[in-house]
Design a protein around this ligand. Structure first.
Ligand code: NAD
Ligand code: MN
Length: 357
């Protein structure tokens, strides 16, 4: 029997609540399927650890993760630790250290969940946003001089490389090609940002020649927000820079009903290192500890993880179970219901065990 070694990093706020739910669903799937096992090691890397020891994870943290088949991540961020400290202390070193350059964010309106867009329901909005995840605006380059003085200057330097842009573009075209509509929208801001993002447009046109069966178009990111709201059916696969796709995918999550249903996979397509799977949302201090965090995003990303591991049947079963439970109206308050995290999790696990999904 195959055994997958999973590193769980629940971290902060609702992270531990949704990761516990996700692990319960994975264990239930493994038991039902009978052809694979998951072997979970949980790490306490978090803002609490930072407050205790001065570091979110140990120096050799990434080294420890190398031995795993996948990383299952909750959310990081605490009210009393600056967000750039938590982000750069845990999540980004893993994404960048393991060269997880493709961040894949599917968005669909699940049955039973309503979109804030009038007249748009399940089937009308089915997107995958591909986010460049290794460079661009989040490459960590920049600096500050004359700190605190009137002359102070801060720079935030975005870096785009031909290698980096070409590989994400190929990933996005290949993904678009694998989907029914074979449609890709390439997002930039190449009117105002005339160096790296003009290069981005040029590389898109070059890579497009390798995929003659994919229909593609270009959008400026500001106009893209309008198109997502006004004409969601016109979109399918979307590729954008690290910053632009970060913003667009929060909007996409909201249009699909809630951030609580939006998953993401940080993939190393070359499989040199473990990939990392997480809900898009953060640690949600406002609801942490109340038992009402929506676990659906975490179930969905668990399905992405199973797919990445080659367990397509289990991934599909998990998504069918989630869709059934949503359609049955077992929903947390963020999507208009009264169910708790536990209610939704138990219902999903029952559906997995049942013969109906
Ligand atoms: P957030 O995603 O934590 O919360 C935004 C809003 O969405 C809140 O009202 C929250 O209650 C709601 N929400 C989010 N997930 C939900 C879920 N599963 N179920 C129900 N409601 C949900 O974003 P924020 O409030 O801007 O940030 C809080 C902290 O999380 C900050 O420290 C931030 O830096 C961090 N953060 C971390 C990540 C990450 O770890 N990948 C991502 C985003 C934000
Ligand atoms: Mn984000």
């Amino acid at each position: 029997m195959k055994t997958y070694r999973i590193a769980a990093i629940p971290a902060d706020g609702i992270g531990p609540e949704v990761i516990a739910a996700g692990l319960q669903a994975l264990e239930t799937l493994a038991a039902r399927d009978g052809s694979f096992r998951i072997d979970v090691t949980t790490f306490d890397w978090s803002s609490d650890r930072y407050k205790r020891t001065g570091a979110l994870m140990p120096d050799d943290g990434p080294e420890q993760l190398k031995a795993f088949d996948a990383i299952f991540f909750g959310a990081v961020g605490a009210p009393d630790v600056p967000d750039h400290v938590t982000l750069w202390g845990l999540r980004l070193p893993i994404c960048q250290g393991f060269d997880q350059y493709a961040n894949v964010r599917p968005t669909r309106i699940l049955p039973g969940i309503s979109s804030p867009l009038a007249g748009i329901g399940p089937g009308d909005l089915d997107w995958v946003i591909v986010r460049e995840n290794s460079e661009g605006e989040y490459s960590g380059n920049g600096g500050r001089t004359h700190r605190g003085m009137p002359e102070e200057v801060g720079t935030e330097v975005a870096i785009f490389t031909r290698v980096g842009v070409t590989r994400i573009m190929r990933y996005a075209f290949r993904l678009a090609q694998s989907r029914a509509r074979k449609l890709l929208t390439v997002v930039t801001k190449s009117n105002a940002q005339r160096f790296g993002l003009v290069m981005w447009d040029e590389i898109a046109a070059e890579v497009a020649r390798e995929f003659p069966d994919v229909t593609w178009d270009k959008m400026l990111v500001d106009a893209m927000t309008v198109r997502m709201v006004k004409n969601p059916k016109s979109l399918d696969t979307i590729v954008a820079t690290n910053l632009h796709a970060d913003i667009l995918s929060d909007l996409a999550g909201a249009l699909a009903g809630s951030l609580g249903v939006a998953p993401t996979a940080n993939i190393d397509p070359e499989r040199r290192y473990p990939s990392m799977f997480e809900p898009i949302h953060g640690s949600a201090f406002d609801i942490a500890g109340k038992g009402i965090a929506n676990p659906v995003a975490t179930f969905w990303t668990a399905a992405q993880m199973l797919e990445h591991l080659g367990e397509q049947a289990a991934a599909a079963r998990l998504m069918r179970a989630v869709e059934k439970v949503c359609a049955d109206g077992i929903l947390t308050p963020d999507v208009g219901g009264t169910a708790t995290t536990r209610d939704v999790t138990d219902a999903v696990c029952d559906a997995i065990r049942g013969s109906n999904v």
